[in-house]
Design a protein around this ligand. Structure first.
Ligand SMILES: [Mn+2]
Length: 206
């Protein structure tokens, strides 16, 4: 089966800059180790929206989430297109919010099938705009993909604008959950975060 590398250098979801350099770092390391992957596999390079990080943030409980709409849709379509043509896509980020487009695109290619996800991370990435202490979207992709908002443990009052964009991201490819909790495996998790109650400082981000 042919492989295709997809460079998804979006770093809007992270709290710090730098995740967009992932592919460049891998390319250098692979070349040093004598790997031929980057010399032979074809690459798709997606246009990122990282410039929104220089603009005012309209969404304190999901920072710059509007910068993800076009990007995640493009990524989903790219993944879908290759899978439908029997080409295996390897998506390299970028921060963890790129899972939104990657998994949505896989679901578009196999709409009748249940997807399994192996999540290798120190964090569970199960926050929503209602529960996030930091407002960083890289901590939310699994909740979005499983359609979990966890309002019971809310600590924030997200803006209507934020929830509108969240809903559009949730519906990329199809509405309804892309993934079931029973089909998700975590590796490397440190812990779940303790639950918190809604506080009066709810809009203050860490
Ligand atoms: Mn993560």
């Amino acid at each position: 089966m042919d492989l295709r590398l997809i460079e998804a250098a979006s770093e809007i979801g992270a709290g710090k800059r730098g995740a967009s350099m992932g592919m460049a770092a891998l390319r250098v390391a692979a070349w040093k180790l004598g790997s031929e992957l980057f010399g032979h596999a074809e690459e798709s390079i997606l246009r990122d929206e990282n410039d929104v990080l220089y603009e005012d943030d309209r969404s304190p409980n999901a920072h710059h989430i509007d910068g993800l709409i076009r990007f995640e849709s493009d990524l989903a379509y790219e993944v879908y297109k290759y899978l439908r043509n029997n080409v295996f896509p390897i998506v390299v980020g970028g921060d963890h919010s790129i899972a939104i487009g990657s998994v949505s695109g896989t679901k578009m290619a196999f709409p009748e099938q249940r997807l399994g996800v192996v999540w290798i991370d120190a964090h569970a990435d199960l926050h929503s705009p209602f529960t996030t202490p930091s407002g960083n979207v890289h901590g939310m992709p699994l909740a979005l993909l499983m359609d979990i908002e966890n309002k019971k443990q809310r600590r924030n009052k997200p803006r209507v604008y934020t929830l509108d964009v969240w809903d559009r991201l949730r519906k990329i490819g199809s509405s309804g959950p892309k993934l079931l909790p029973s089909d998700l495996v975590f590796i490397g998790l440190k812990d779940y975060e303790a639950k918190r109650r809604l506080s009066s400082r709810s809009s203050v981000s860490r």
